[in-house]
Design a protein around this ligand. Sequence first.
Ligand SMILES: Cc1cc2nc3c(=O)[nH]c(=O)nc-3n(C[C@H](O)[C@H](O)[C@H](O)COP(=O)(O)OP(=O)(O)OC[C@H]3O[C@@H](n4cnc5c(N)ncnc54)[C@H](O)[C@@H]3O)c2cc1C
Length: 398
Amino acid sequence: MAETCDILVSGGGVAGLTAAATFGAAGFKVICVDPTPPVTLRDADGSDLRTTAFLQPAQALLARFGLWDRLSDHAAPLQIMRIVDAGGEQPEPRVVKDFNAADISDKPFGWNLPNWLLRREILARIESLPNVEFRPGIGTKSLFTRTTAARVTLSDGAQIQAKLVVACDGRDSPMRQAAGIGVKTTRYGQKALAFAVTHPVPHDNVSTEIHRSGGPFTLVPLPDYQGKPSSALVWMERGPRADALQKMEVTAFEAEMTRRSCGLFGDLTLASRRSIWPIISQSAERMDGQRLALMAEAAHVVPPIGAQGLNMSLGDLRVLLELAEARPEGLGDAQMLSAYHKARHNEILLRVKGIDLLNRSSMIEARPLRDLRAMGLNALYSLAPVRRTLMQMGLGVK
Ligand SMILES: Cc1cc2nc3c(=O)[nH]c(=O)nc-3n(C[C@H](O)[C@H](O)[C@H](O)COP(=O)(O)OP(=O)(O)OC[C@H]3O[C@@H](n4cnc5c(N)ncnc54)[C@H](O)[C@@H]3O)c2cc1C
């Protein structure tokens, strides 16, 4: 006999755990499974050292479902997004432009939080919800659907019958593959190093993205670490250079990153392990299958530029929730899922394309093209309405 639930969430990464907690808080009976138990300590092996800048719409969703209260004390606000072009002869700033959240809103653009801490706090919220069950160490194995329900077999042999399966099981999503939904993938031959640093110059809640070649070098504010100003750093480079940087002896690495940061924050000190991530763009051909919704990296992967990845995922979740709450009796039916596909797919394709272009422009090696990039930044910035529209688009409110 299969167990039953309203929603089976396949995957307990940040997106899957958030989906489980949010659907649970909305009153649905949820089971969430993940073969890899979450690591909830910063310095433990396998901890996720990436951070997520939750933009305004994502923060509103977390607040509505009782997650923000647990997170706000650990979050660093992002008031200004600073873009620096350092594509000249030497690694030094030649164009510096500030996008200030005050131009479009009375709130910051977003709030930055470490992913390992997100897992800890969202899990604690899930434990407080009697209608949500998280099963770490267990994965989804196969998917069988009819018009009325989905039946999923788990790696421990258990069978779950759900009205809706939400696939949050990552870029190689087993549930997406089981449903035969294809993807379009772009590989850049690029990797991102993600780690934490401390620095003598305070960040003043400014997120700084420095472009030279190989990809962006981005410092995003974190609360102070061991009494010193601290930032999360994402450093994108061509694969072999990123591998060499990851293995480099610490003093030499610190000298390299201080040089790449143009010295804007003084001498940078490494304050965590260096984690490394291959960079791709990917979008699924559809957002839905029978009784199945694809969400987060199962549906779309983008290079880490402009804090878009998880924020797009929470955009998926917002739409799924609205549809589920508007017509709970239709949870997971064809009408709900085709409305979900329609609401999200084009928006996602546009964002994936836009971020692809930004990434390619940041990777440029040739000097004349780098000069053109600096001119483009100047031109876009100098038109106030364009500047404001770009900021609203970045937030996902336009
Ligand atoms: C360097 C870097 C920096 C980033 N910075 C930001 C940022 O500032 N802001 C932002 O919005 N986004 C950012 N992103 C993107 C963001 O981190 C990702 O979108 C997000 O973490 C991915 O979440 P996910 O839950 O979809 O995927 P994952 O974290 O990959 O989770 C997928 C889960 O599915 C599980 N799984 C696999 N197989 C199965 C199975 N058979 N059954 C069940 N579960 C399974 C896996 O174990 C895993 O836990 C960044 C990305 C990178 C690489």
